[in-house]
Design a protein around this ligand. Sequence first.
Ligand SMILES: Nc1ncnc2c1ncn2[C@@H]1O[C@H](COP(=O)(O)OP(=O)(O)OP(=O)(O)O)[C@@H](O)[C@H]1O
Ligand SMILES: [Mg+2]
Length: 64
Amino acid sequence: MIDNGPGVPDSIKDRIFFPLVSGRDGGSGLGLTLAQTFVQQHHGLIECDSQPGQTDFKLLIPLP
Ligand SMILES: Nc1ncnc2c1ncn2[C@@H]1O[C@H](COP(=O)(O)OP(=O)(O)OP(=O)(O)O)[C@@H](O)[C@H]1O
Ligand SMILES: [Mg+2]
């Protein structure tokens, strides 16, 4: 998934998959934690490549 928003803030870049870490007003900080949990249940991983104007989250899931 690619978006053209402001990018992940540098201050939390190494922690965005941890629960309750949010850079957004009113964000619960649960979205990426849950997404990562579900993807890991399928032995996959999520990659994040983010800069201002282009943020790319890739979901990698192995074929059975
Ligand atoms: N596409 C994105 N672009 C920029 N920053 C992002 C993006 N996705 C996540 N982030 C950053 O990572 C933080 C953690 O994301 P996460 O989805 O876990 O929580 P959240 O979006 O704050 O709350 P919610 O539980 O409602 O999803 C966000 O608050 C935001 O700062
Ligand atoms: Mg979210």
